[in-house]
Design a protein around this ligand. Structure first.
Ligand SMILES: Nc1ncnc2c1ncn2[C@@H]1O[C@H](COP(=O)(O)OP(=O)(O)OP(=O)(O)O)[C@@H](O)[C@H]1O
Ligand SMILES: O=P(O)(O)OC[C@@]1(O)O[C@H](CO)[C@@H](O)[C@@H]1O
Length: 306
């Protein structure tokens, strides 16, 4: 079974404004609301590819009620913990001449809420996959992913971590199966900007040396590189298409990669399915559909990407 954990689910309010002007009244020309948060996006794309998963995490307030309702329509099961104080976030994704985001804080998660999550995670078994994705609310310590992984150590659960900075650095020694920083997040972990592919690969290798089995670095429109568990390097260019909304492209890549790996055990194929999945989401208003993913996979298999 695959489980995803989203500590801080959100309603993503995705809007477009013509030439957004700071300090003025701006009016939207397009608006959509999606249930989001990184783990939920991973579960949604897995469902589109026919892989069942259960989304875990915390919800609160009227926004939390809407998230619980909305995920039912996305085709995967959820087992969220309802938190008493605060509300689930509304994250604003503004598309104009540039793309900007305002991500909220999220509810006030108490130690007993975290304990309730641990109780659910204690049921995971050999062969299960756990995806830990996204930021955590301020009230939760930044060692939480590390604590979860320590608790599950030795149980034969493959763990994927898609998070930034300390959340990610803290888990490397616990040998996650896969991590997926983007090139900027990878640079931030070393306090530098990584400009060339060689620099990106060199720093991805360092994260592998620190314990991650597979390091997948996504680079938005520039594609992705993977240092796989044997240390082999795979490069993949992007699919061709018109970008509509890149929110969730990285999560879709994680889901597609996982689906590809679980199906074949082949990292080259996993990277292709991940890329097609990231592209399908970038070229759609929401999370990419199976039909679009398969069309883009066909494109990559024909020409290896751009
Ligand atoms: N503009 C684009 N054109 C084509 N493919 C794209 C584009 N943006 C993203 N993708 C695909 O999605 C993958 C992941 O994108 P990206 O590097 O933006 O992830 P991310 O930064 O984690 O995204 P997010 O946080 O928005 O989910 C890329 O490697 C690529 O395959
Ligand atoms: O604030 P976090 O948890 O880092 O990211 C949250 C978020 O930006 O990530 C998803 C896209 O990857 C969105 O659905 C969601 O709003």
């Amino acid at each position: 079974m695959i489980y995803t954990v989203t500590f801080n689910p959100a309603l993503d309010y995705v809007i477009a404004v013509d030439h957004f002007t700071l300090g003025k009244v701006n009016r939207t020309v397009q608006e959509n609301i999606f249930c989001g948060g990184k783990g939920i996006n991973v579960s949604a794309l897995l469902a589109n590819l026919g892989y069942a998963s259960t989304a875990l995490g915390f919800v609160a307030g009227f926004t939390g009620t809407e998230i619980e309702r909305g995920v039912k329509e996305l085709g995967f099961s959820s087992d969220f913990i309802r938190v008493k104080k605060g509300m689930s976030r509304i994250n604003v994704k503004l598309k104009s001449d540039e793309e900007s985001e305002i991500n909220g804080m999220g509810p006030d998660i108490q130690p007993e809420d975290t304990e309730a999550l641990f109780g659910k995670l204690d049921r995971l078994e050999q062969g299960d996959v756990l995806v830990l994705s996204g930021s955590i609310p301020a009230a939760v310590g930044s060692d939480i992913y590390e604590r979860i992984m320590e608790r599950l150590r030795g149980r034969g659960v493959r763990i994927v971590v898609d998070a930034e900075k300390e959340l990610l650095s803290a888990v490397l020694h616990l040998n996650p199966f896969l991590i997926k920083p983007n090139n900027h997040e990878l640079g931030q972990m070393f306090g530098k900007e990584l400009k060339t592919e060689e620099e990106i690969i060199a720093h991805a290798r360092i994260l592998k040396e620190r314990g991650a089995a597979n390091v997948l670095v996504s680079m938005a429109g520039d594609g992705a590189v993977l240092v796989d568990e044997k240390g082999e390097i795979h490069r993949q260019g992007v699919c061709r298409g018109k970008v509509r909304n890149s929110v969730g492209a990285g999560d879709s890549m994680v889901a597609g990669f996982l689906a590809g790996y679980l199906k074949t055990g082949d990292y080259g194929y996993a990277l292709k399915l991940g890329t097609a999945s990231g592209g399908a989401t970038a070229f759609s208003d929401g999370i990419g559909t199976r039909e679009r993913i398969m069309e883009l996979l066909g494109q990559l298999e024909e020409n290896g990407g751009n």
